[in-house]
Design a protein around this ligand. Structure first.
Ligand code: SF4
Length: 497
């Protein structure tokens, strides 16, 4: 240090600081673990490890951390910080047991491991959708339908899940092309369920083109739910979901009506996928769901896996999806203002995490991640994958998340195997660089498959991760609405009551 600088520092050091610095009423508190996020230029949100949040003016976080806050000068904020566990007047908060209980509640889903068991019952399909995430084949039943032997082994595997409540979901291709095998599988599962103490929900994912009264009567008798795809009004749906020589939309709507008639209105759900074509029609897509009598819509971006993005026209930027999402959400809020209950279901999951002590075990927003912990996939050929997305990668000859084979490996080899072990090292966002210091981590999740598929690395790099960019902006936007828009906030809160 040169002499001049040394003299200056010495003088600074010898000067008295202003009176405020010696105010003993300030900073008499201990910091509890929490982070912050700037939700706009005037406001920031403080969020702790159990998801409690507090909106404060920008700069508050800094003054708390620098111990500049005083109970005398700002009693209201001080009390809010104490009661929401951001600061404590004792080195060990007297509420530590309460906080531990709240933390356990947020992670309760870990007590009930793998619930969702996806059986890719057939790879055959009669649609040729623009964004189809898997390769599909139209013939060769023997080769592309799941064998009865694999079905048996998949059911035995499911019975070993520690979770007493499991879901058996049949996917394709078009699952109904292998309806006889579905019936076989359900019968077998029904026989074994009481022996293993399982409550099983059955779901068939279908484009509804092949649905008929006989199938639906079977579903009614056996309490099977129907999940279909509806991408929006006819001009959007038919462009996205091509069925040679006829309108997929017409078949879907007819199928929804018939299914509701036989099974009941709420036994049929629909999912949409946002293609690049859909991006132009957020309002029309929301209106379609509303007019078709659904009580909500799940705004889903296109999956960055498999065959979905093989052509340039299927690709779009995260910002484009976010723009679409916000416009659609605005329309949804308008519908609610008109007096109707109508939700956006991705937002609803995040809002449940924000506004309640609970966590919704949604596979894409979990930490530890939903793969294996929440879902496991049995492919048509008997191979076992960590998620549905993992088997889409496999269709492109990327077997990174292939955990084993139903006919070759035991439950233990698959669930506790070397691959699961390796994935588990990066499946908790609390341990990942970028996420561990992110205020939103308690509302967000981790997705090693997405990291691998988009960045070539299961650990992932948050700054340019589409998964991170989307979740961060959706969470920020919802928090901003909760903070600044009383009417919207009341509506969002009503969704989770
Ligand atoms: S993925 Fe992004 S938004 Fe989610 S916890 Fe990690 S850093 Fe935060």
């Amino acid at each position: 240090m040169n002499k001049q600088l040394f003299e200056k520092k010495r003088k600074d050091f010898r000067q008295f600081r202003d009176l405020d610095h010696y105010n003993q009423s300030k900073g008499n508190y201990f910091l509890m673990p929490f982070n912050f996020h700037r939700i706009n230029k005037n406001r920031e949100v403080l969020i702790n490890e159990i998801g409690d949040y507090l909106f404060v003016p920008s700069g508050t976080y800094e003054s708390i951390v620098k111990k500049e806050l005083s109970q005398d000068e700002n009693p209201e904020l001080y009390q809010d910080l104490i009661s929401n566990h951001f600061i404590s007047e004792e080195i060990y908060s007297p509420n530590i047991d309460l906080i531990a209980t709240r933390y356990r509640t947020k992670k309760l889903f870990l007590d009930r491991l793998t619930s969702l068991h996806i059986f890719v019952i057939s790879l055959r399909c009669e649609h040729t959708c623009a964004y189809c995430q898997v390769s599909r084949v139209t013939q060769n039943k023997e080769k592309y339908d799941m064998s009865l032997n694999s079905i048996d082994k998949g059911i035995e595997f499911m019975m070993k899940s520690p979770n007493p409540n499991v879901t058996m979901e049949f996917q394709g291709g078009e699952a109904l092309l292998a309806f006889e095998n579905i019936k076989y599988a359900i019968k077998k599962a029904q026989e074994l369920a009481p022996i293993y103490g399982k409550n099983i929900n059955y779901v068939i994912c279908t484009n509804l083109a092949l649905i008929n009264e006989e199938i639906l009567e079977y579903c009614k008798t056996n309490q099977v739910l129907i999940s279909t795809s509806l991408d929006g009004p006819k001009f959007v749906h038919d462009k996205n979901r091509n069925k040679p020589n006829c309108s997929s939309y017409d078949l879907t709507i007819k199928g929804i009506e018939l299914s509701r008639e036989i099974l009941g209105h709420d036994q049929v759900s629909a999912l949409m996928t946002t293609s690049s074509h859909s991006l132009k029609y957020p309002v029309e897509i929301v209106n379609e769901y509303f007019q078709q009598g659904f009580s909500g819509i799940f705004l889903r971006n296109i999956s960055p896996y498999g065959f979905a993005l093989r052509t340039e026209k299927n690709r779009y930027k995260t910002e484009e999806f976010l723009h679409f999402y916000k416009k659609a959400l605005k329309r949804i809020i308008e519908i609610n203002k008109e007096g109707h209950f109508f939700t956006e279901d991705f937002s609803k999951i995040i809002l449940t995490k924000i506004l309640t002590p609970f966590n919704i075990p949604y596979v894409d927003l979990q930490s530890p991640a939903g793969l294996i912990n929440g879902v496991i996939v049995f492919n048509y050929d008997g191979a076992v994958y960590a998620t549905d997305e993992s088997r889409m990668l496999a269709e492109q000859k990327d077997y990174s998340f292939r955990l084993g084979h139903l006919l070759e490996n035991t439950y233990e080899e698959i669930i506790y195997g070397e691959k699961t072990h390796r994935i588990s090292q990066v499946w908790a966002n609390e341990t990942l660089a970028g996420c561990s210091e992110c205020a939103f981590k308690v509302y967000c999740g981790a997705d090693p498959v997405h990291n691998w598929a988009t960045q070539g690395d299961i650990y992932g790099f948050r700054p340019n991760s589409a998964f991170c960019n989307k979740n961060m902006e959706v969470i920020r936007y919802l928090l901003e609405l909760l903070d600044r828009d009383i009417e919207a906030s009341d509506i969002l809160e009503s969704w989770i009551k």
